[in-house]
Write a protein that binds this ligand. Structure first.
Ligand code: MN
Length: 129
């Protein structure tokens, strides 16, 4: 079965790039453009991984991460925050909010998939073991 990634991102250029990179590797991409829609999509589609922008309309990424972690159906779902390089405090706050890791903007197309799959592989290893 195709693995799915929920991308919660309000910047169209970033969303386009990330979608392109993930689809090129055979992932199914679910897109949400604000925090509220992101929560709804996570509940509906139960993605294998969530890629979470921090600065989002309607609800910021920290709040989204907290709410996903509080949902019993999603406690095991890896959440990767996408943080601004300039905002050093974002990373710690993202991890405190329940994210499993972070990727810095701008996205590096050469390393992006490796960074994502590190978290997906950890989950499938756990399931097999
Ligand atoms: Mn944003």
């Amino acid at each position: 079965m195709k693995r799915s990634v929920l991308v919660i991102e309000d910047n169209e250029q970033n969303l386009y790039l990330v979608t392109f990179l993930l689809e090129s590797r055979g992932y199914k991409v679910i897109a949400a453009r604000d925090g509220v829609d992101g929560i709804a999509a996570a509940n509906r589609d139960k993605p294998d991984l969530v890629l979470l922008d921090i600065q989002l309309p309607r609800m910021d990424g920290y709040t989204v991460a907290h709410l996903l972690r509080d949902n019993p159906n999603l406690t095991e779902t890896p959440i990767i925050a996408v943080t601004s390089y300039a905002m050093a405090g974002d990373r710690e706050k993202a991890l405190e909010a329940g994210c499993n890791g972070y990727i810095e903007k701008p996205i590096n197309p050469d390393t992006f998939i490796t960074q994502i799959e590190r978290h997906l592989d950890r989950i499938s290893d756990d399931k097999e073991g």
